[in-house]
Design a binder for this molecule. Structure first.
Ligand SMILES: [Zn+2]
Ligand SMILES: [Zn+2]
Length: 329
């Protein structure tokens, strides 16, 4: 498995961004990203320069578009063509999602609890959702230093509620990146687990996000595997029904994007959390390398399990990273 460092929410001068795709590509490459999704508001015209920028910046560009409407913003990724957003009405968003899926794309809620009009037109999600399984992901971390923002906490809680209800839905971060301005705030990375180690393509990235092979962080890359009956199940997998205990195996790789982030004295805790709440909490201190741990846990009543890394960032105890879940039948 190769973990692609992705930035999944960006804008250029083709909508309200103040950067060209070339400037965006160069900036993302400098920050250690392997891949970015171009998600301009209601247009895909910026993708005309995709191949030139991919080659010169050395970064893969996923096609996308942010549906920007009065009733909410919806990020779409991996489409093979433009899908018309103008029919979207409060009660029919599932028609739009179906059209995105027909074009091979994925649909996610963008920053669902960001303050809406008049501060930001349509930024607050108001679409009626009849079936959460229809959505591929929720952007639970938006902007820089995302884990401390209250609108993101609400989005994260929404995601957890949906998991508890039995839905299998991915969670991502997105900077909603509009310009090449330096920031002192930690930047989030969404890591997508792809099977092909050497080449990147849209199909693989889409498959990873659709299946929930996703880990989100402002620092180390956290991975969770569950071992049951001698089989290993990765992020997004479903552990078949069974009795007894399972083994959770967690790795925390502090060497990713080396030199491009720093969390001094984080005093990490690794937490395993499920539909039953916190099921394990391990103090880890600080590390520059690879941390690994294993825990045997009863599987009674488990619907999902994820790993969360918490620590001290800029004097604030906060979430540093989280995995998408492993699910249980
Ligand atoms: Zn938006
Ligand atoms: Zn946006």
């Amino acid at each position: 498995m190769r973990w692609l460092a992705c930035e999944l929410h960006t804008h250029t001068v083709h909508s309200d961004g103040r950067q060209t795709l070339q400037e965006l590509g160069n900036g993302a490459a400098r920050l250690g990203f392997d891949c970015l999704a171009l998600t301009d508001h209601n247009t895909m015209s910026g993708l005309a320069d995709k191949q030139i920028v991919e080659q010169s910046a050395g970064i893969f560009i996923l096609p996308g578009m942010e549906w920007t409407t009065f009733h909410g913003h919806m990020v779409t990724i991996g489409l093979d063509d433009y899908v018309d957003w103008r029919e979207a009405q409060p009660a029919n968003i599932h028609d739009g999602v179906a059209a995105v899926h027909r074009h091979g794309g994925l649909a996610g809620l963008a920053h669902p609890f960001r303050i809406g009009s008049p501060a930001c037109t349509g930024c607050y999600w108001e679409y009626a959702v009849q079936d959460w399984n229809d959505f591929d992901y929720i952007e639970v971390w938006s902007g820089t230093f995302a884990p401390i923002k209250t609108d993101n906490s609400r989005a994260f809680s929404l995601w957890t509620d949906k998991l508890n209800e039995g839905h299998r839905i991915a969670a991502t971060s997105g900077r909603d990146w509009h310009e090449q301005a330096d920031t002192e705030e930690p930047i989030s990375v969404t890591y997508l687990g792809v099977k092909n180690e050497t080449t990147i393509d849209t199909e693989q990235a889409v498959a990873a996000l659709r299946q929930g092979r996703v880990s989100v962080t402002i620092g180390p890359l956290v991975n969770l595997e569950v071992i049951s009956a001698a089989q290993v199940y990765g992020l997004g997998s479903i552990v078949p029904a069974g009795e007894g205990a399972v083994t959770a195996q967690v790795s925390i790789d502090c060497t990713v994007r080396s030199g491009l982030w720093a969390l001094p004295h984080p005093d990490y805790h690794l937490i395993l959390i499920s539909n039953k709440g916190v099921i394990a909490d391990y103090p880890l201190g600080s590390s520059d390398g690879l941390l690994e741990l294993q825990a045997e846990l009863p599987r009674d009543g488990l619907i999902w399990m994820r790993a969360e890394l918490r620590g001290i960032v800029r004097g604030i105890r906060t979430m540093v990273a989280f995995t998408n879940p492993v699910y249980f039948e």
